[in-house]
Design a protein around this ligand. Structure first.
Ligand code: HEM
Ligand code: 2NZ
Length: 290
């Protein structure tokens, strides 16, 4: 079914900047989360998972309907740990009850990314909440215990190129994996809440050892405490992906530009935005100080 955006009645870009500011201030206030990594990374992951159920073959799933709010999707094993991001956003929704859940989940990721020194991601409002019946079935999100062929095939459902896939997975510069959530653990100490191209730099420069986790998963560990999941490591094993890994390791600006474009495409996949829908480039808190 076609998803046509309808901007929340009477709301202007300034109204959405107020939501951005409330999320950004709460990220600063709730800084102790996950051993002081903060909520930035898990908010980015929620935005990706809310959009990552999209299937271009029947235009089902995706960020539009905000169906992550329903138990079937919240409790998808692939979404373990995202309850923390959902709880973080609940008071924001209470403060701005006019916003759709699809807009809230995607705006949460854009806010977190920009406040973590990431690129400015142009964002458009107008996702409209769909009923529980529109909730996609579990199992549409990717499984990390796989190689390059799986990754390439998985992202065909979104219409992404190899370059867009590599750029998007660069979000794994943020935060960490948690044994209780996914059966992977780490990185230790080195987890970050600042967006950069370090995922690609680490992937190319660290010495990796393949080990089994206590959950029986494979993960690659480096002496300096970094880790990669099999689907991360696949990006350097595949010659086409490797070309982009090198490009991004060498030039952070190119990575930021490509990530911005791929992330916007991910968050807007399957949605038709009518003429006149505003495109908003939010100011960071720092830019509003003066
Ligand atoms: C092959 C594709 C992908 C796979 C298999 C994958 C898998 C995972 C897994 C298993 C975790 C650990 C979750 C936990 O234990 O808490 C994780 C974390 C994360 N993922 Fe991905 N992911 C993929 C693509 C992406 C994309 C496209 C984005 C965003 C654009 C993203 C953003 C994140 C972030 C920010 C975290 C850290 C969350 C935190 O620190 O709580 N991932 N991913
Ligand atoms: C910083 C780094 O490359 C560690 N890392 C590698 N893969 C990751 C997936 C999610 C979060 C962090 C991850």
């Amino acid at each position: 079914a076609l998803r046509v955006a309808e901007v929340e009645k009477g709301k202007t870009p300034e109204d959405f900047q107020q939501v951005y500011n409330a999320i950004a201030k709460k990220i600063i206030d709730d800084d102790e989360y996950d051993n002081y990594i903060g909520y930035g990374p898990v908010l980015v992951r929620l935005s990706w998972h809310s959009a990552g159920t999209f299937d271009k073959n029947d235009n089902s799933g995706g960020s539009y309907g905000g169906t992550y709010r329903f138990p079937k999707e919240t409790n998808d094993p692939s979404n373990k740990g995202l309850q923390n991001a959902k709880a973080f956003l609940e008071p924001i929704y209470e403060q701005f009850p006019w916003i759709s859940h699809g807009d809230l989940y995607t705006l949460g990721g854009v806010t977190a990314l920009q406040e973590m020194q990431g690129p400015k991601v142009p964002w458009r409002p107008g996702r409209v909440d769909l009923p529980e019946s529109a909730t996609p079935e579990n199992g549409r999100l990717p499984d990390a215990e796989n190689g390059a062929d799986y990754v390439r095939n998985f992202f065909k459902r979104f219409g992404f190129t190899d370059q867009e896939v590599v750029a998007l997975i660069g979000a794994h510069a943020l935060g960490k994996t948690h044994m209780a959530n996914s059966g992977y653990e780490g990185p230790w100490g080195a987890a970050t809440n600042t967006f950069s191209n370090e995922f690609f730099v680490n992937l190319l420069n660290e010495q990796w050892k393949k080990e089994k986790t206590e959950a029986g998963n494979s993960q690659y560990n480096s002496p300096s405490g970094f880790m990669m999941m099999p689907t991360d490591f696949a990006l350097k094993e595949d010659n086409t992906y490797l070309k982009y890994v090198k490009k991004y390791a060498e030039n952070q600006d190119v990575f930021f530009e490509d990530f911005k474009n791929a992330y916007k495409k991910l968050l807007e996949n399957g949605i038709e935005f009518p003429e006149g829908t505003p495109t908003i480039v939010f100011k960071t808190l720092d830019e509003q100080e003066q």
